[in-house]
Design a protein around this ligand. Structure first.
Ligand SMILES: [Zn+2]
Length: 123
């Protein structure tokens, strides 16, 4: 079952909005980091707190950057017509699943077996 043009347009819009929101968030973090750098810290405890916060920020931003990459890939898949097809088995990913997680590249069956496999490997 292929996705209709209307559905694809909706996904593309959803992904573009999401990407923009993340992009705006990243710019804000970068701006506040610049401001922090100009402030001096007479108390070393304050300095440590700020650095912990910054590390936390960087981790979040790293995750956001990865997500933005996934969003870009999803938008590209909409363009080349492979959006909604499972990367692993080539079957279609259900619309419900795509609505919940539009950046997914695996159908629920492949995702489930991948998760079982990962869990087995860790154990
Ligand atoms: Zn699959």
């Amino acid at each position: 079952m292929a996705l209709s043009k209307t559905q694809l347009d909706k996904f593309r819009e959803q992904l573009a909005t999401w990407r923009k929101e993340l992009d705006d968030g990243l710019n804000q973090t970068i701006q506040s980091m610049h401001q922090e750098e100009q402030t001096s810290f007479p108390d070393p405890t304050d300095q440590a707190t700020v650095e912990t916060d910054r590390n936390f920020d960087l981790r979040i931003r790293d995750r956001e950057r990865k997500l933005i990459k996934k969003i870009d890939q999803a938008i590209n898949r909409i363009k080349d017509g492979s959006f909604g097809a499972c990367d692993s088995c080539g079957g279609s990913i259900s619309v419900k699943r795509l609505q919940a997680r539009p950046v997914t590249t695996l159908c629920i069956d492949c995702k489930t077996s991948q998760e079982i496999e990962e869990r087995t490997r860790i154990d």
